[in-house]
Design a protein around this ligand. Structure first.
Ligand code: NAP
Length: 484
């Protein structure tokens, strides 16, 4: 079975911040893969925009290098790279000034889909929105893509929403969370809502608890001083982990359609209970050998910012009453690994004599590495000698069954950008969702700030502070192993 490439209409995609790290590392290499897949109609263009003074040739050279450095196997296809580069233009523009806007307006005199990717610091979003409007570059059909962070608390998020709303309708605003673009996250919805098997068991009668882990091996490194103002709660939980939690916990939407889905996600966020202080564990990594500690990386010897957080949350509704959701994310952990695990309850009674082991079904959704979904099921250990039970994973990804297309997992960014071109907002956050997430997060942060909570130290390469393990042990449960 070969995967189908769904055609898109011709487009002009302007990338503000087209020379930046995100554009070079993710956006442009991803667009090149879409080009290779035949999803860039011949008249489509990508227009890099930033203050740096260069012409289109200079920009093409920069992106040629970016593909060589950050592309996958496709970076060897030099003829195709050259063909792709002919689609690139560049405009030197200052988001805060007047230079370059007339040139961009001139370039955009075409009747095609227009999308504007704001891959710049959020402090520039308002200026960009306003100038696009003043220079009549973005009409009612245009779309804007905005990057994280979307505010640093409820007030700033609200302000940002209001600024964007002055010039764009909500239906034109695509707040990107690349976790939602991951193949497995979408497969989670297919598994949940495309089968009779799972949904009847997806509640507090059958599920013991749910774990969401996003573990990184890297520290905060070069972005230490930026990160120190944010911390794991703002940087990861408020957005990525919250979105994953919503998709796991939401009620089935009536249709797989943007607002139907986002309405259900919003209900989950609104139903999240405040988290008691003793259900939150914050950590900071220590130094190891020559590797600096968090505080050294952050260049702040008195920093109380967390590079790790684990917490136990509850959703106050009929489906999930009494089911804990354990969230955990951190830097410099044992392995780079993101996983959601739905851990089912124990069997009430085992009919198998001598079977002392506790067998549980666990639905595991791995976002990285090796994206995939499997279900731990209990079967008979093969061979003679009685009925011995073993737990084995049942692969729900079926890469083999799907042949080539099963292996063709496109990067989250390229998938989401194509959704923008198609005008499909299903996998993007709505403004009220983002605000609701901050409304839940803010009091937790204010709480630990008021208590002068000091993060617990943890060893780099570990699973985080001891207290995080205790958070589970106290409940008679265990975190899943963090493995790469
Ligand atoms: P970056 O490497 O610092 O790039 C910033 C870009 O903005 C550059 O192209 C810069 O080019 C341009 N720029 C700065 N001031 C400008 C102005 N006044 N007018 C026009 N262009 C201007 O930042 P980044 O890492 O790519 O991040 C971009 C956005 O994505 C940020 O909001 C960040 O939070 C978000 N993000 C990044 C990542 C990542 O992995 N990098 C991940 C998630 C989210 P000139 O200096 O030439 O103007």
């Amino acid at each position: 079975m070969v995967s189908r490439v769904i055609p898109v209409d011709p487009f002009d995609l302007v990338i503000f911040g087209g020379t930046g790290d995100l554009a070079r590392r993710k956006i442009l290499p991803g667009l090149f893969r879409r080009f290779l897949a035949g999803q860039m109609p011949p008249s489509s263009r990508i227009i890099g925009a930033a203050r740096s003074d260069m012409d289109a040739e200079g920009y093409r050279g920069m992106i040629r290098e970016a593909i060589a450095e950050f592309g996958g196997d496709e970076r060897d296809q030099s003829d195709q790279i050259e063909a792709f580069l002919t689609r690139l233009e560049y405009v030197a523009i200052d988001a805060m000034g007047d230079g370059g806007w007339a040139d961009l307006a001139e370039l955009m005199q075409r009747d095609v889909v227009r999308a504007f990717y704001f891959s710049v610091a959020p402090s520039l979003f308002g200026a960009l929105a306003e100038r696009l409007h003043v220079h009549k570059i973005a009409g009612p059909q245009a779309r804007i893509v905005v990057e994280k962070p979307f505010g640093r608390d409820l007030d700033t998020a609200r302000e940002l929403n209001q600024t964007l709303a002055e010039h764009f309708d909500e239906s034109q605003i695509y707040r990107i969370d690349h976790y939602l673009g991951k193949e497995t996250v979408q497969n989670l919805m297919a598994v949940r809502f495309g089968n009779m098997l799972f949904e009847p068991l997806w509640n507090n009668h059958y599920v013991d608890h749910i774990q969401i882990t996003v573990a990184e091996t890297v520290g905060v490194g070069g972005r230490g001083s930026y990160y120190d103002k944010s911390g794991a709660m703002r940087d990861m939980v408020q957005n990525h982990l919250m979105q994953l939690l919503c998709l796991i916990a939401m009620e089935p939407p009536s249709r797989f359609e943007a607002d139907a889905l986002r309405d259900e996600k919003l209900k989950v966020i609104r139903a999240l209970e405040p988290v008691a202080p003793h259900h939150i564990v914050r950590g900071q990594y220590e130094a190891r050998g020559d590797e600096p500690s968090y505080r050294e990386d952050a260049e702040n010897p008195k920093s109380f910012t967390e590079s790790f957080i684990a917490m136990k949350c509850h959703i106050a509704n009929w489906r999930w009453a009494g089911v804990p959701f354990y969230l955990r994310t951190g830097k410099k952990l044992r392995a780079r690994s993101s996983e959601i695990a739905v851990v089912y309850k124990d069997l009430g009674h085992s009919i198998f004599e001598g079977d002392e082991a506790r067998h549980r079904n666990i639905l595991s959704i791995r976002l990285q590495p090796n994206e995939g979904i499997d279900m731990q099921v209990t079967i008979k250990e093969p061979g003679p000698g009685g009925m011995r039970l073993v737990d084995v994973p049942l692969d729900l990804t079926f890469a083999e069954a799907l042949g080539e297309s099963g292996h063709e997992i496109s990067d989250a960014y390229e998938r989401l950008i194509m959704d923008v071109i198609r005008g499909n907002q299903t996998l993007f956050m709505r403004g009220d969702e983002v605000e609701a997430a901050w409304r839940w997060t803010d009091p937790l942060i204010e709480g630990w700030e008021a208590r002068n909570d000091v993060p617990k130290l943890y060893e780099p390469g570990s699973s985080g502070p001891e207290d995080a393990l205790m958070l589970m042990h106290r409940d008679g449960r265990r975190w899943r192993e963090i493995k790469g």
